[in-house]
Design a protein around this ligand. Structure first.
Ligand code: HEM
Length: 542
């Protein structure tokens, strides 16, 4: 008698090529089923698999939003969230305005809270409501090595140095790096030329951020610059792939996922690059401790080395934290500038307005960086119309439509008795709130001088409504204690890049693009479409 193993391997037993390789009993069973029965089994299988996903903590009584029918499997709802999060968040926001509701992503249930809870929760510390845990669960923390950032906040505190006294110096450094690298990324076409502006911007932003992260001359290490762009792509690819899998399948797929192996390779390379910098930093610290008068360059790496525990300072951990800082800074800033350029292509009537502003500031203060007493930060601060344009651009195309996001590290009870269980992911429908007619009049209209007009409406308003300032009505950079610590630096980077682009070039969409290309959505995140290019030519009249 043949063993099942022999039958499995005997080609004579294979009658249907579709079933080749199936054991014979399965083969017989499948041959006897109709297509409808097979489809039914697949559907039931999917429903059962979705039941294997662990339940996420939810606010008691909060309804799950978005089911098309009562028993729609969670997996279907979760997969619709991947491509239609914008519709689901909007319909949930419109329906439940004043009470929490649940949205299901593959790996997490969002407890979307009404705006009235924002201020009550804004100052709750990271130890109770963690922003980092939410961020790093979003980027596959467990599988991408980024989970360590949820255990220690040193990567966040390091970036805070650039929101304080060090900000002007780092903006000056970013500007100098821009001058140095511009010609390598932007050509000077005399006639219209199709140009991959997103690619050029990504590489330039990585260069501008590198003095902040590593200092000179390491910031010009081509390996580091490539890593600063690639790491984010590898992490995001890994996170999005793994999150759609049920928990039991994750270890198997993670083990063979090429993007995940590339993340590990990126970190090994980062270790190689920073090893000599760490040695140098130790040597300088020693000389300083011995009373020598030596300068210690302030960079995020050096700050972390000086302010971390021995455990946090292990080289692979420091390398991962630096890589996380590239993830937080490079693609976000690139997307912001790309969005502004696309908005200007769609509304070209604003280009002369912004150029006029740049011209008048240049006439008054001289070209940027030309006078030592006027640092680039002060100069850029004068670009109020550009600032307002950026705020409006972010209103239409923020990086994320559900924010800020926090994970409850312990149970919390709000003043009105609402109970938030430990482990729940809470968030707000930030973009829908900002686009609510009660908050922004005529929200469908792209009106880039809204903030400018508000600021100049009364002396009390002049220091409000600025890009990078967070408020309950503008959470493009998050909100509260844990809002983006790099936001003022980012706003200045954006202004440096846009000023240069609109001063030197004319740009427009290619003739076959009739309206502004929509940003793409993947879960609650928005991205510029990487296929969008613009036509560019050097300005003749400057
Ligand atoms: C236009 C560019 C940028 C945008 C739109 C942006 C947006 C954000 C948002 C929405 C958050 C979450 C805040 C919250 O949960 O309340 C965040 C966090 C953060 N951002 Fe930014 N950001 C930008 C640029 C930067 C830059 C240039 C840096 C660093 C130099 C940076 C470093 C960080 C860090 C370290 C976090 C915290 C991550 C954590 O929670 O552990 N960002 N950013």
């Amino acid at each position: 008698m043949s063993s099942p193993w022999q039958l499995w391997n005997n080609p004579n037993n294979i009658s249907n090529p579709m079933l080749s390789g199936s054991p014979p009993h399965l083969q017989q069973l499948l041959s006897s089923l109709t297509a409808t029965q097979i489809s039914f089994i697949i559907v039931v299988g999917i429903m059962l698999l979705s039941l294997l996903r662990p339940e996420n903590p939810a606010i008691p009584g909060a309804p799950v939003h978005g089911r098309r029918w009562r028993w729609e499997p969670a997996l279907w709802l979760q997969s619709r969230f991947t491509f239609a999060a914008r519709d689901l968040v909007k319909s949930g926001y419109d329906k439940y305005k004043d009470r929490p509701f649940i949205l299901k992503r593959y790996d997490v249930d969002f407890n979307v809270l009404p705006h009235k809870y924002l201020d009550e929760l804004r100052l709750v510390p990271e130890t109770k409501l963690s922003g980092s845990r939410a961020q790093f669960e979003n980027i596959g923390g467990k599988w991408t090595g980024t989970a360590l950032a949820a255990d220690s906040h040193v990567h966040f505190r390091a970036v805070q140095i650039i929101s304080n006294s060090e900000l002007p110096r780092f903006i000056t450094l970013a500007g100098a790096e821009l001058d140095h690298a511009w010609g390598s990324h932007f050509s000077s076409p005399k006639d219209w030329q199709l140009f991959d502006i997103q690619l050029a911007l990504r590489n330039l932003v990585a260069r501008m951020a590198s003095p902040l992260l590593l200092g000179h001359p390491a910031c010009r290490d081509e390996r580091w610059l490539k890593l600063s762009v690639d790491y984010s792509i590898n992490v995001i690819t890994t996170a999005f792939t793994i999150r759609i899998l049920p928990t039991w399948a994750q270890p198997m797929i993670a083990a063979i996922l090429p993007a995940r192996h590339r993340v590990a390779k990126n970190i090994r390379l980062a270790c190689q690059i920073i090893q000599p910098l760490i040695e140098e930093h130790k040597a300088v610290s020693k000389r300083k401790a011995a009373g020598e008068n030596v300068d210690k360059e302030i960079t995020l790496l050096n700050w972390m080395l000086d302010n971390s525990t021995e455990e946090e300072n292990k080289i692979d951990k420091i390398a991962t934290r630096l890589a996380i800082q590239t993830l937080a800074s490079v693609h976000t800033t690139t997307t912001a500038v790309s969005n502004i350029i696309f908005d200007l292509c769609a509304h070209p009537e604003w280009v002369p307005v912004l150029r006029e502003e740049i011209k008048s500031v240049t006439e008054e203060l001289g070209p940027i960086g030309s006078k030592p007493e006027i640092c680039p930060k002060l100069w850029l601060q004068r670009l109020e119309k550009l600032d307002s344009f950026f705020v409006e651009s972010q209103r239409f195309t923020p990086p994320v439509i559900l924010g800020p996001q926090r994970v409850a590290m312990e149970p919390l009870t709000l003043k009105d008795g609402t109970y938030i269980p430990k482990g729940s992911r809470i968030c707000w429908a930030s973009q829908n709130h900002l686009n609510d007619p009660l908050v922004t009049s005529d929200p469908e209209k792209f009106d880039p001088m809204r903030s400018y007009i508000k600021r100049h409406s009364s002396p009390d308003e002049i220091n409000k409504h600025l890009a990078g300032q967070t408020s309950p009505d503008n959470m493009s950079f998050g909100y509260g204690k844990l809002a983006c610590p790099g936001r003022y630096y980012a706003v200045n980077q954006v202004k440096l890049l846009v000023t240069r682009l609109i001063t030197q070039y004319d740009f427009k969409f290619p003739d076959n693009v009739k309206s502004r290309p929509q940003n793409l959505g993947a879960d609650e995140f928005l991205f510029t479409d990487p296929r969008v290019k613009v036509m560019l030519k050097l300005r003749q009249d400057v």
